[in-house]
Design a protein around this ligand. Sequence first.
Ligand SMILES: [Fe+2]
Length: 171
Amino acid sequence: MPATTISNLTDLLQSLLADLYATEQAIIAALPEMIDDTMDTKLHDALQEHLDTTKEQLSRLETINTELEFSTTKDAEGIDAIIHATQQIVNAIIDSATKDAAIIAAAQKVEHYEIASYGSAAEFARQLKFNSVASLLETTLGEEKDADAKLTSIAQGGLFQKGVNEKAVEE
Ligand SMILES: [Fe+2]
């Protein structure tokens, strides 16, 4: 695909939105396999809930597209690379508690990519006075931050510890 010319902040925002649209689609495609791989019920439920949220985030981007048109056919290069690399790690792990830890690490990597992208896009939209676009992006940004915080609390709430203890019992 030929590179789109970016000559101003609006073009840059449209390019970010095109990437986010491709990103959310890639996440919707990748999450079910990650959910199937989880053993911890809290992690399983959090990821399942995030899959539903992600579908809403995609439709929020479709709403944005009616006000500020962007390409919906871009490749999700950034997130595809993260997903591919993390899937290889998850697939290489046999121990289920370690697999859960790898899934949390993978999901948080994805969240941080989205937080950075939505944060920039919301700020650009605000600067450019696309106020309704900015507030839709801020809603999604808040959801991504919540998802990230939830993953941290699941990890700190005993998931890693459980893996360590199970290992200790086995040995
Ligand atoms: Fe998302």
